[in-house]
Design a protein around this ligand. Structure first.
Ligand SMILES: Cc1ncc(COP(=O)(O)O)c(C=O)c1O
Length: 381
């Protein structure tokens, strides 16, 4: 017999409005998830079976590309894709400094040097700064579609072509986003997605996927995620085990069916926040042709730390993504950057705040956040 925990008991204690509510989201489609889980359970096939193959086909279709390869996490997706693209020691790869550690770690893990370029007002890599960071050792660019907003891909692709560089999209935060009607995941030589539980399309654990139109890269990735094996007994190169498993793939297939509806819900909530908060803080905007998916609803606020404390006191969970940019992390200590390297990134790091926003969030919960922010700035708490 299944023992179920009511969603409200899974909430982090102390927050009336949590940052996200994964248990409630799962509860809304629990029957479908349980059926998918039982299908895998009954099949006796738990690794690299029909569910992974079907999820890869469906995901590739959503991204309008020929291929997708499921892997163990978004980090592995980036690491294996960089390996597949032939990046090695001595190479440089340019990315933005306002990301999660994995965006830079993947570059370092193939022995290359992460090089950062400052961001623009959209919080994505600034193409002009990116071009300035190119050296004879640069092999490629990893634009990050930060918070679910597409990076400036036409300009980035133009630069990449001029300097003969690859573009690998870090689309970990942006599943479902589009630019000029074209999905993220279809712009670069390849793109990497994370299925971490806080992503818009998530596993119940870890997962990741690489999309590409490049059939040679697909073959390389398919082997790289599975010990470098061509067949069970034929190891072409040393690699590790980073397979998406059948249970996660089956559960992801269920979620994929709901993704468009969840994205629309996120967008509705984002626009509702914008409407009420634009008077008090800098709210996220959408440029021409952008379809943003608001994995993170990120404002930029004066007196950010005081605002976050005030929200916490009122039972609202707001987070900072990320307080320390990558170039100032201890891990980046040998790269030669300092606090003056990227002024736009630094300014943003002091002002950004991610507000609760998730499918299933009620207008009443959102009103609580809005009213608290309005009161904070009206009263100057
Ligand atoms: C921009 C970005 N890249 C890469 C990753 C790594 O993904 P994962 O946690 O699945 O390894 C994340 C996850 O948080 C991310 O936000």
């Amino acid at each position: 017999m299944l023992v179920t925990t009511p969603p409200e008991l899974n909430r982090r204690p102390g927050f009336q409005v949590p940052y996200s509510d994964l248990a409630a989201q799962a509860a809304a489609i629990k029957d479908e998830l349980m059926t998918a889980f039982e299908t895998v359970l009954d099949s006796g096939r738990y690794i690299l079976g029909p569910q992974v193959a079907a999820f890869e086909r469906e995901f590739a279709f959503c991204c309008n590309v020929g291929f997708a390869v499921g892997v163990g996490s978004g980090t592995c997706a980036l690491h294996l894709a960089l390996r597949g693209l032939g990046v090695r020691a001595g190479d440089e790869v340019i990315t933005a400094p306002n990301s999660f550690a994995a965006s830079a770690a993947a570059i370092a893990l193939v022995g290359a040097r992460p090089v950062f370029a400052d961001i623009g007002p959209d919080l994505n890599i600034d193409p002009e700064a990116l071009e300035m960071a190119i050296t004879p050792r640069t092999r490629g660019i990893i634009p990050i579609h930060f918070t679910g907003r597409p990076a400036r891909m036409p300009e980035i692709l133009e630069i990449a072509e001029r300097y003969n560089l690859f573009v690998l999209e870090d689309a970990a935060q942006a599943v479902g986003a589009q630019l000029h009607g074209r999905p993220v995941g279809s712009w670069g030589r390849a793109a990497c997605f994370s299925m971490h539980p806080l992503k818009n399309l998530h596993a119940f654990g870890d997962g990741g996927i690489v999309t590409t139109r490049d059939s040679v890269l697909v073959q390389q990735l398919t082997r790289a995620r599975n010990h470098g094996l061509r067949t069970r007994d034929d190891c072409q190169f040393w690699s590790y085990n980073s397979r998406l498993d059948e249970v996660q793939a089956a559960l992801l297939r269920v979620q994929l069916r709901h993704l468009d509806q969840w994205t629309e819900e996120r967008r509705r909530l984002a626009f509702r926040y914008n409407e009420h908060l634009a008077r008090h803080v800098e709210v996220p905007t959408e440029g021409v042709g952008e379809y943003c998916v608001y994995q993170t609803y990120m404002i930029q606020a004066d007196r950010r730390d005081a605002l976050q404390r005030c929200l916490t006191d009122r039972g609202i969970e707001a987070l900072v993504h990320y307080p320390t940019p990558l170039h100032l992390q201890p891990a980046a200590g040998t790269l030669g950057y300092n606090a003056h390297s990227f002024p736009q990134t630094l300014r943003a790091a002091d002002r950004i705040l991610s507000l609760p926003l998730y499918p299933g969030m009620t207008d009443a919960q959102q009103d609580q956040v809005i009213e608290s922010i309005e009161r904070f700035y009206r009263r100057g708490d």
